[in-house]
Design a protein around this ligand. Structure first.
Ligand SMILES: Nc1ncnc2c1ncn2[C@@H]1O[C@H](COP(=O)(O)OP(=O)(O)OP(=O)(O)O)[C@@H](O)[C@H]1O
Length: 261
């Protein structure tokens, strides 16, 4: 098992984000973390990264207590498009992932350069890796961020809304990249998103956070009107149409992007 959270609880002030959270993630598994704004999705990733302590319970990576800065975890943070003037090439961004953690130590530069080139090729970015990163499209920048996250050859990849602001074609491209990684290397993927549709075909299990509670299971087990109505505590309709899932209702809680027009 890659990740195990037992009886996890987290809150801020008198607000509980989630409690009694039991979660196991197996090698190669794709877990989507869903839920409305503020339900604690990013905080869950920060907990797994060791940047946020649980109020109760335990979190383990490969059987050991979570510690910060573990290179066996790759992280694709919430996307920020970099401004055109950013004085960095795509290749530099990836190289930071390769040698950034050994800053100040003698390093084998040639080996690092070769590793960066290998990662860049893995995400299909060789053609533009030497251009200023701020001049690349959102999709191109995102591929390079994924390459950086893969630098430590992670067993677990945490992705926070990695498809945000990408067009459909780029959404598909980045999702396929993550999918290939888990199939070829058995890397587990924990993927935070407000819209499950772009990855619905890849998702093994869903963790749905809302109202200080959660539901966990396959998409068919969780993305159901009765299950989400119970979770939100208000009537919610889950509509499946044209291969998509649309969550309607629970308006004051649901994320706008999940609500049908
Ligand atoms: N360090 C902190 N101190 C106090 N409150 C915090 C802290 N970190 C997060 N919060 C609060 O916890 C709640 C959950 O935040 P989090 O970013 O995990 O939500 P989210 O589900 O990722 O939301 P979104 O979909 O909007 O990104 C928010 O109300 C946030 O303000």
């Amino acid at each position: 098992m890659i990740l195990e959270i037992e009886h996890g609880a987290l809150g801020f002030g008198d607000r509980t984000l989630w409690h009694d959270l039991n979660l196991r993630v197996e090698p190669g598994e794709f877990l989507a973390v869903l839920g409305p704004n503020g339900s604690g999705k990013t905080s869950l990733l920060r907990t797994i990264l060791g940047m946020q302590r649980l109020d109760a319970g335990s979190a383990r990576l490969l059987g050991e207590p979570i510690r910060g800065g573990d290179r066996r975890i790759g992280y694709v943070p919430q996307q920020k498009i970099l401004p055109p003037g950013t004085p960095l090439r795509g290749r530099d961004l990836v190289a930071l992932g390769v040698d950034g953690h050994r800053f100040g130590l003698p390093v084998s530069r040639a080996a690092d350069r070769a590793r960066a080139a290998e990662l860049i090729a893995e995400v299909g970015a060789t053609g533009y890796a030497d251009r200023p990163i701020g001049r690349l499209s959102g999709g191109e920048q995102q591929r390079l961020r994924v390459a950086q996250a893969l630098a430590g050859d992670p067993v677990l990849l945490l992705c926070d809304e990695p498809l945000l602001s990408l067009d459909l074609q780029n959404q598909r491209g980045v999702a396929e990249l993550l999918d290939r990684r888990r199939r070829e290397h058995d890397t587990a993927v924990v993927f935070v998103t407000h819209d499950v549709n772009p990855v619905l075909g890849l998702v093994d299990r869903v963790l749905y956070l809302a109202n200080g509670r959660f539901r966990e299971g396959t998409p068919d087990e969780v993305l159901r009107s009765d299950v989400l109505s119970d979770l939100y505590g208000t009537p919610v309709d889950v509509i499946r149409t044209g291969g998509r899932v649309v969550v309607v209702g629970g308006l004051e809680h649901a994320h706008h992007a999940e609500v049908a027009p």
